[in-house]
Every structure is written in structure tokens, then in C-alpha cells.
Write a protein of this length. Structure first.
Ligand SMILES: [Zn+2]
Length: 194
């Protein structure tokens, strides 16, 4: 468990240092599955991802029972419902990174760019707004994730899923850059005649 907690602490710091999360926003989890158990390790509530300690990481079973003493992220249901739906997912990263979230707050969709596997659909999948931390949001995400590796949560942020934590974090960074590139291209096009 210690090694896994260390991975979460390190990824949290990377996300924070790269400004993909700020303040006490964002959350990260991994799934720890073996023959006897299927549990998740998740970042705690009301903590900066830039300043976590290994003992802050909270363990939950898939029913949401707390196996440690800390309080999990308020979005723990969002993580649990996706793990229950997707057997192939072992890590989830949720951020409010500024460019991607800017799109989430607008009527514009984020285009899928080259760089992270084959482009199957032209735009990232979106789900309608539901209150952060609510079971409604968790169920909607799980119902709509399909085979996607990214979901845009309208008027909220994004989440990425992957086989492992580094991949999920790397995808979150890639999506932020994708949104930034799209924003810059759009802005340049607006000023084309000048
Ligand atoms: Zn959020």
C-alpha cells in the first residue's frame, strides 16, 4: 500500500506544479485489485494535491466503506461508480484545469487531437451538469463513459481514466494542452484580418 500511496502523492504534486489543479480542487484515485480484494486509494477531501502526505490517502472498498480514518474526496462516488462500470480502469484523475474547464463552461466542445491513441470521435464526450459530489453526477459519468478515456463534466471540469495513474495524469495534461491549442487557434482566427 505504501508504494501506491507514494505514487498518488507524487502525481498530486505533479498535477499541482503543472497548474492542472489549484487550491484544494481536483482528486486522484487508483484501484488496487487482487484475488482477495478490490479497493481504491483516493486523495482526501479539502486538501491541496500539491501538499499530500502518504498517510493522508484514504482507502475505500467499492461500496464506499472507509477502511482508513481520513475523509475521502467529496467526489469519491464519481470514482467508485466508474470503477464499478469499467473493469479495465485502474486510475482516475479529476481536474478543473483552466483551459479544458473553460470549454466545459462554454458551448464549445474540445476537439480530439493526435497524440493519445487513435482518434475515434472528433470531440471529447461530455456529460450535463450535475452537482459536484452528488450521486447524480457519479451515475451520469459511469453511464456515459462507455469506452472513453476522457469525460468533460459540463460547468465543472474534466476527468480522465486509464490502466495506470501515470497514464491518467499524462492524459489530463494532454487534454489541457489540447484545449489550450484549440483556444489559441480560435483566437488567432478571430483576428485574421488585422
Ligand atoms: Zn470537481
Amino acid at each position: 500500500m505504501n508504494v501506491n500511496a507514494k505514487d498518488i502523492v507524487e502525481v498530486g504534486k505533479t498535477l499541482y506544479d503543472n497548474k492542472l489543479v489549484s487550491g484544494k480542487a481536483g482528486n486522484v484515485s487508483i484501484r488496487i485489485k487482487n484475488d482477495d480484494s478490490d479497493i481504491i486509494a483516493i486523495t482526501p477531501t479539502l486538501s491541496s494535491l500539491g501538499d499530500l502526505k502518504e498517510e493522508d490517502i484514504v482507502l475505500l472498498d467499492l461500496e464506499g466503506n472507509n477502511l482508513t480514518k481520513g475523509k475521502p474526496s467529496s467526489e469519491y462516488n464519481l470514482h467508485l461508480e466508474i470503477y464499478k462500470k469499467r473493469d479495465d480502469v485502474n486510475a482516475i484523475v479529476h481536474t478543473h484545469s483552466p483551459y479544458a474547464t473553460g470549454f466545459a463552461f462554454s458551448s464549445k466542445k474540445i476537439k480530439r487531437h493526435e497524440g493519445f491513441g487513435q482518434i475515434v470521435t472528433p470531440f471529447l464526450e461530455e456529460i450535463e451538469y450535475a452537482k459536484p459530489g452528488s450521486m447524480e453526477l457519479a451515475k451520469s459519468a459511469a453511464e456515459n463513459i462507455g469506452k472513453e478515456d476522457v469525460l468533460v463534466l459540463k460547468h465543472h471540469g474534466i476527468l480522465t481514466v486509464a490502466d495506470n495513474l501515470k497514464e491518467a495524469a499524462s492524459l489530463a495534461a494532454f487534454i489541457e494542452d489540447t484545449a489550450k491549442t484549440q483556444y489559441i487557434a480560435h483566437t488567432l482566427n478571430l483576428t485574421e484580418e488585422i
